[in-house]
Design a protein around this ligand. Structure first.
Ligand SMILES: [Mg+2]
Length: 400
């Protein structure tokens, strides 16, 4: 039972779900961002509105789905929303169970609950965006921020920036100046992209940053599943003296359970994975197989706030810390709520994540290495309607 449910016992509340609308936003980036195993050419996201009969309007955004975005929106609006419209907001757990119910869900020729990874990912992202809207609605109904409803452990969380994309990979001076700009932005450190160069070149980049900035810089590395076990071990051994905060997704997608465990047995560098999981049960398996020191499961991919809390609770029991893959507008609240959290991560470069920079009108302040959580209800954000109108992908627009 969440604090929100407990509060409801003392403060009887009726909030009946009247309407739910999920809006796709599609925004091409001005340039491609090249990582080890991928490139990013657009920043897509979903915006959700949840209205109650009593006049509360919950709003949230999250997720970065590209090719399956239209399917996620269709599942959310056409199948999941009708299941819970008319139900009471509390308990949210009941709404969540209604959405993941295995009752027939006629999605194309196949049901969505069969053993099909794409359909599962579509379903969990659709549940996620609605669940985010429900939590914002609950916060507004109770006049509490989401981070307090979830446990309220701290009111600010250390924040790091994601950078070091391929463009600057061979340019050590450029990398140093990029990190200097991160520190000037108020961040505590960098999550450095690795895995697209020779391992010795990546190690040189790590060495350069550690020697230039000393211990004041939080230095994480993210390989995005680029390496075989042997390659990951070579990097980990080479980086052992550079005091990495973590090494994220070092091993290829098809060797997670055994490969990550073997790597953990060979290195003291904390290992992160989880952003590739779409449910708390997948996170459970990473933990039980001793694959991770830190779980970075993403609530916008894996079933929302409600599901993230399940993973976080089990992680805490097992001495595993929590991170969160990107999406700082959600991650701040989740990581502020629990004691076993690490860092919020942002893209300081507006070209990489223009939605985070422009969609909220009141981004949480970043000061002295921390992102600060406010007392505003729900996720605490007001939104720029013009950005939604310009980039919504579900209506035909005439060019200005
Ligand atoms: Mg990652």
């Amino acid at each position: 039972m969440y604090l929100g449910d407990i509060l409801a016992h003392f403060q009887p509340m009726t909030q009946k779900i009247k309407n739910i609308q999920v809006i796709p936003l599609v925004r091409r980036l001005n340039r491609a961002f090249q990582g080890s195993t991928y490139q990013i050419v657009s920043r897509n996201t979903l915006f959700v509105r949840v209205e109650t009969e009593e006049g509360i309007l919950g709003e949230a955004f999250g997720g970065d789905e590209d090719i399956y975005q239209a399917k996620v929106v269709a599942v959310a609006n056409e199948f999941l929303a009708p299941r819970i419209i008319g139900m009471e907001l509390l308990p949210i757990e009941e709404l969540w169970q209604a959405m993941i119910s295995t009752a027939p869900l006629p999605f194309h020729n196949r049901g969505i609950h069969t053993l099909d990874l794409i359909n599962h990912a579509v379903l969990m992202q659709a549940i996620a965006i609605i669940d985010l809207g429900l939590w914002d609605t609950l916060g507004k109904a109770l006049n509490k921020p989401v981070w307090r409803l979830l446990g309220g452990f701290r009111n600010k969380v250390p924040v790091i920036g994601i950078g070091g994309y391929h463009r600057s990979a061979g340019d050590l001076e450029g990398l140093v100046s990029e990190v200097e700009s991160f520190l000037a932005f108020g961040l505590s450190g960098i999550k450095l992209k690795v895995g697209s160069l020779q391992i010795t070149q990546d190690l040189k980049r790590v060495e350069t940053l550690r020697k230039h900035f000393g211990k004041r810089l939080l230095l994480c590395c993210d390989a995005n599943q680029a390496w075989t076990f042997d390659e990951a071990l070579q990097f980990a051994r080479g980086a052992k003296d550079y005091e990495l905060e973590w090494l994220e997704e070092p091993i290829r997608w098809n060797d997670q359970l055994v490969g990550l465990r073997r790597l953990r047995e060979e290195t003291d560098i904390p290992i992160v994975a989880g952003q590739g999981e779409i449910s708390s049960l997948g996170c459970r398996d990473l933990i039980l197989n001793r694959c991770v020191d830190i779980l970075n499961v993403d609530a916008t991919i894996a079933g929302g706030v409600t599901e993230w809390r399940r993973a976080a609770t089990f992680a805490q029991m097992m001495n595993v810390k929590m991170g969160h893959h990107e999406e700082p507008q959600v991650a701040l609240h989740l990581l502020a709520s629990v004691p076993n959290s690490t860092y919020v991560e942002v893209f300081p470069d507006p070209e990489r994540d223009p939605m985070w920079h422009e969609l909220p009108e009141n981004r949480p302040p970043i000061r002295d290495g921390y992102m600060e959580a406010s007392e505003k209800p729900g996720f605490g954000l007001a939104y720029n309607r013009e950005i939604i109108d310009i980039y919504r992908g579900d209506v035909a627009r005439s060019l200005p």
